[in-house]
Design a protein around this ligand. Structure first.
Ligand code: ATP
Ligand code: MG
Length: 558
């Protein structure tokens, strides 16, 4: 995708609607909200919704609320409430004083439910959940009226009050709206407004024994907060008539409107809180912040900068048709963000020892290296060099094919920021495996250039064997090897090679004292971030993303 289409994507049909509503004076200002249910951690899909809601508020000088849709205490926890706030802030957004909870409106919602009962528009139904489901009808067949549908108002009010007081067990009764069991829209066939749930709520404790449904809570919460544009994903399109029915039939203080956009799907990824919860509970990953998880916490631990997420969301745009985005596009945004900012360092992931025979034993010298090739402001650092170093095993071949230009017997290469070395001898163990290379260096090439102008065909990275720091490097691959994993059967599709642990890596000493949180580029290898599992004796790094830019190639070819 070019920069131009990324710019175009910053205008979409929802922003057009908002702009028009402001231009015509329908609204004086725009108020949006991001309404997570605190039953899990936020994921990449939520990032799209957050950037859209908070982004619109920023761009049009309005405000965006963070509202927890905490209507199901059976699944919701304080841990999630805290994590969601942390993650929205990390993404770069701020709700100011507008932190709200649907549970703040429970009393008002209860009062409005009583209003519906008094108006003959709601009734208490004693049928079981199964009976209600079986009499709901199908897409082609009307539903059947409940035998309790014409209960007198007084009886309804009394039973509803006793439901609230905790007189009945879970599921014994529900409150339903009395709309139309023959409606072509199943959502209008006497939807459930309240169910009995004797559970402890993270905020209201044991005050309530009944909880409102999503449909009954959501639109009314929007109205209470004077939300102008209530933006949600397409699966709620069929709920909009019900959303509007409540707004029309209740004395709400404002008239919000719901708009739907396509949810984000990404290849090799499942963005479903149910699946993510099961991945955690089933021990398939180390936790919500496992770097393979598409959660914001996992991506952060993986080293993905928030700017990359915002850039990605901008590039994919907002549309009305569901589609699946290639994960390569997300990786492209990550590389874009990191390439310009991440400091460069050297690390050897799969080391082989090199002894430089003509370098004085016991001597260490400090060589200067730039921190970023295009950003002089990042300054320089020194790297210790000595008689014993490590290079990448892959950078040597005993019997190289034609196009292999790196180290080989008798061949000279440049060590980055250091010297030219020439391989003189290959040392093997009893089994024939190469264990060490004996080389010589040319002291005249300090800094990486020969005074006689001779050239080498390759520059390789290295780390001092005596001064380098041992490290474990964790390389991640897609959690699901198949591009379109099936949520119903996710466990069987987990990629057994989604993590590869390189426990014998060695990194340059600067990485032990670096005091920034973000990712660095290990030269020639990719972007890596220090993991919280690091100890003073052993650093642990996560690979954020490799250097190869397949998306740019794919899109250039297409
Ligand atoms: P799940 O279906 O995984 O349980 P959810 O949509 O129920 O997720 P919520 O906490 O209700 O999770 O979501 C909060 C907001 O984020 C909603 O407005 C929802 O539409 C939006 N959202 C959730 N998933 C996506 C997605 N994949 N792409 C875009 N928006 C999403
Ligand atoms: Mg939801």
């Amino acid at each position: 995708m070019t920069d131009e289409s990324a710019l175009e994507a910053s205008r979409d049909f929802i922003r057009d609607i908002v702009a028009a509503d402001l231009a015509t004076g329908k609204h004086k200002g725009v108020v949006t909200r991001f309404p997570p249910e605190p039953n899990g951690y936020l994921h990449l899909g939520h990032a799209k919704s957050i950037c859209l809601n908070f982004g619109i508020a920023e761009e049009f000088g309005g405000r965006c609320h963070l509202r927890f849709d905490d209507t199901n205490p059976a699944k919701e926890e304080q841990e999630y409430i805290d994590a969601i706030q942390r993650d929205v802030r990390w993404l770069g957004f701020d709700w100011g004083e507008h932190l709200h909870f649907a549970s703040d409106y429970f009393e008002q919602l209860y009062g409005w439910a009583q209003d519906l009962i008094r108006a003959g528009k709601a009734y208490v139904d004693d049928q079981t959940q199964d009976e209600i489901r079986l009499t709901r009808g199908t897409l082609t067949e009307a539903g059947q009226n409940s035998p309790f549908r014409n209960r007198p108002v007084e009886e309804n009010l009394d039973l509803f009050a006793r439901m609230r007081a905790g007189e009945f067990p879970n599921g014994a009764r529900v409150l339903r709206a009395k709309i139309d069991m023959g409606s072509g829209n199943i959502n209008l066939r006497d939807p459930v407004l309240y169910r009995i749930l004797n559970a402890h709520h993270p905020r209201t404790g044991n005050t309530w024994h009944i909880y409102p449904s999503y449909d009954f809570a959501h639109g009314q919460s929007d109205a209470i907060e004077h939300i102008t544009h209530s933006i949600c994903t397409l699966e709620f399109e069929d709920h909009r008539p019900l959303y509007d029915w409540f707004i029309e039939n209740l004395p709400v203080p404002s008239r919000p409107r719901q708009y739907e956009f396509a949810r984000l799907n990404v290849t090799h990824t499942l963005l479903s809180k149910r699946v993510l919860t099961e991945l955690v509970r089933g021990g398939h990953v180390s936790g919500w912040d496992d770097p393979r998880m598409p959660t914001l916490a996992g991506l952060q631990r993986r080293g993905v900068p928030a700017a990359a997420l915002r850039d990605f969301v901008k590039r994919i745009g907002v549309a009305k048709a569901n589609s699946t985005v290639d994960i390569g596009m997300f990786e492209f945004s990550i590389r874009e963000a990191l390439n310009s900012s991440a400091p460069r360092r050297m690390a050897v992931l799969r080391p082989i020892k090199v002894v430089i025979e003509n370098y004085p034993e016991g001597q260490i010298e400090q060589l200067e290296a730039v921190n970023h090739p295009d950003d002089a402001a990042q300054g320089t650092r020194t790297i210790p060099f000595g008689r014993e170093i490590y290079i990448e095993r892959d950078d040597f071949m005993e019997d190289p094919p034609k196009k292999f230009f790196r180290l080989a017997p008798g061949r000279e290469v440049r060590l980055r920021y250091a010297f030219f070395i020439t391989c003189r001898e290959v040392i093997k163990d009893a089994s024939g495996e190469i264990v060490e290379l004996r080389c010589t260096y040319d002291p005249e090439t300090r800094g990486g250039n020969a005074p006689d102008g001779r050239k080498v065909k390759a520059t390789i990275h290295w780390v001092s064997a005596t001064e380098g720091i041992p490290a474990e490097v964790r390389i991640y691959n897609h959690l699901f090897a198949t591009p379109q994993p099936d949520a119903a059967n996710f466990a069987a599709q987990i990629n057994p090679e989604s993590i590869e642990v390189l426990s014998g890596a060695v990194v340059e000493p600067a990485l032990a004292s670096d005091n920034f949180d973000g990712a660095v580029q290990f030269e020639r290898q990719g972007y890596f971030v220090r993991d919280k599992d690091s100890t003073p004796g052993k650093l642990v790094f996560n690979r954020t993303v490799g250097l190869r830019d397949t998306w740019a190639k794919v899109s250039a070819a297409g």
